[in-house]
Design a protein around this ligand. Structure first.
Ligand code: XMP
Length: 523
């Protein structure tokens, strides 16, 4: 299959030297593929995801992992790879799920197609406590997600682990080729990380993953690509765009960092963003567009309409300010880039949705003028890069804040008065979290308005006012979330201050909803 043209960000990274002795993860389309990359990096080694279409053009890997995938090896056009080329790399190979089934076929065995899907927890029983299973418990939980299973093993292949039904779930074909039917990369596989580590011990001279080296390479890459051209980037005060702007500044690029204040920020946030950048010595331009945004939102109560209005206006305001800039930098992260599909290459060009609508960005992208220097990193790695760039801890540990701002925390119409209430309550709540040492322990926390009036008593008078909902969640990736068991005292003090200080609120509620079924934001 011919390789698709590389998107701009990939060509940007391609000069980097990670092609030697990296752990090459070949993507057969599993939803967990990027997690494998992440786990290998957690183990301290450089890993890179490769589209199957690129194989065997994957540089000089020190180890290869074939990912799982949604297809069946029995399908006529099932993803395949050049086995002779794979063997010629002469490095350890681990096949995961689909990867294992494919290897079994390549070695001369068979795989049985099945309509029944085995999904969820299973027990793993290694046959011997060595090799892949050195130090792994005699029985531990692993996570399965497959329908096909290996049937006939080729000569010389050995079963190195079975499940609770005695079915082979891990194979070894020779001293370099291993297979596992489960997903070692998900946390539900309790000893998955150790198994991955044991596999990597079979490789030699693997390139370590060190954020400082990576930083230097990214900076060199920016210098090479940008030269004297003017480059623009949007900053929001959030972690990704802040790290991006500081990185460009550090690279000595001719950069304009533009902060669009849409008037939907938290209390004093605009000023805080400006002072943070001032603190870091990075100049930013602020555009105060709050009036335009509030006017455009006037009377709109549908959540999706609000999002569209904000997204489109943001783009207009940003590009009006940009003028004729020659290049654009975006803080796109790895999870934004690769959605783990078998057609990772075509999906790879996906960029943050509301930006996607802009023809101008697509045009710039086609011309290779969109720079996404963080595109190989996960969120925690971006934070590590930020630390390496000297960005203060409090900036790097800021909770995520949605692009449409407080509008998604204000069900119904957005008015100045509603925003005032949310801002005041939010500031009190966040202040209390910091005071009690809980801010860094939660993924995200905020106050959201419940625009429903209920009866209360204030002083000697009957009140008829709105309620505010406090939400604090923990999450790994925002895909799922759990509410946080905050101390009653913290909640009590927060509620007391809100009820005493915020005009318009006579009730404080704590949101005890998990995601799913609720979402993190209110809208
Ligand atoms: P939900 O509400 O979908 O949020 O559970 C998951 C994460 O995404 C953030 N979020 C947004 N971020 N634009 C953004 O840039 C948006 O429209 C948006 N909606 C939600 C949310 O804050 C949480 O971290």
């Amino acid at each position: 299959m011919p390789a698709a043209a590389s998107p701009a960000f990939l060509t940007f990274q391609s000069h980097l030297m990670h092609d030697s002795n990296h752990v090459a993860v070949i993507d057969f389309g599993s939803q967990y593929t990027q997690l494998i990359v992440r786990r290998v990096r957690e183990l301290g080694f450089f890993a890179k995801l490769h589209a199957i279409e690129d194989f065997p053009d994957i540089g000089k890997p020190g180890a290869i992992i074939l990912s799982g995938g949604p297809r069946s090896t029995s399908e006529p056009d099932a993803p395949d790879l050049d086995f002779e080329a794979l063997k010629a790399f002469n490095v350890p190979v681990l096949g995961v799920c689909y990867g294992m089934q494919l290897l079994n076929i390549k070695f001369g065995g068979t795989v049985e197609a099945s309509d029944r899907r085995e999904y969820g927890p299973a027990n793993l029983f290694p046959t011997e406590c060595k090799g892949l299973y050195e130090g792994v418990s005699a029985s531990s939980q692993v996570w399965m997600s497959h329908s096909d299973t290996v049937k006939v093993l080729p000569e010389g292949a050995g079963v190195i682990a079975r499940n609770q039904h005695g079915t082979p779930v891990s194979l070894q074909w020779n001293e370099r080729f291993f297979g596992i039917q489960f997903h070692p990369e998900v946390t539900h596989s309790h000893e998955g990380l150790r198994i991955l580590h044991n596999f990597l011990l079979h490789a030699s001279n693997l390139l370590p993953f060190r954020i400082d080296d990576f930083k230097r390479e990214i900076i060199d890459g920016i210098r090479e690509k940008v030269g004297n051209k003017q480059i623009v980037c949007g900053v929001s005060g959030g972690v990704d765009s802040t790290v991006l702007a500081v990185l460009l500044h550090e690279a000595g690029a001719n950069v304009r960092a533009i902060f669009v204040d849409h008037g939907l920020m938290r209390k004093d946030e605009g000023e805080e963003v400006r002072s943070n950048f001032h603190r870091m010595g990075v100049p930013i331009e602020t555009i105060d567009a709050s009036e335009r945004f509030l006017t455009a939102l006037d009377g709109v109560d549908d959540p999706e309409k609000k999002r569209v209005i904000i997204g489109n206006l943001f783009i207009d305001v940003f590009w009006d300010a940009v003028g004729d800039a020659e290049m654009l930098a975006q803080g796109t992260l790895y999870p934004d880039v690769i959605e783990s599909a078998s057609n990772a290459k075509s999906k790879a060009s996906k960029i943050k949705t509301h930006h996607n609508r802009v023809d101008r960005i697509l045009e710039l992208q086609a011309q290779g003028k969109v720079l996404e220097p963080l595109a190989e990193l996960f969120k925690d790695e971006v934070r590590a890069l930020g630390t390496s760039l000297g960005i203060p801890h409090d900036i790097l540990q800021r909770h995520p804040f949605p692009g449409p701002g407080l509008a998604v925390r204000c069900p119904g119409v957005v008015t100045e008065d509603r925003l005032r209430i949310i801002r005041e309550c939010d500031a009190i709540f966040i202040g209390k979290l910091k005071e009690h040492g809980w801010y860094d322990r939660v993924w995200q926390a905020y106050a959201g308005l419940i625009p429903v009036k209920t009866v209360g008593v204030k002083g000697d008078e009957r009140s008829y006012e709105w309620a505010i909902s406090l939400r604090a969640v923990v999450s790994e990736d925002a895909m799922t979330a759990d509410w946080v068991d905050l101390p009653y005292q913290l909640l009590r003090e927060t509620s007391h201050r809100i009820l005493n200080e915020v005009k318009g609120i006579n009730r404080v509620l704590y949101d005890v909803s998990t995601k799913p079924p609720a979402s993190i934001e209110w809208e």
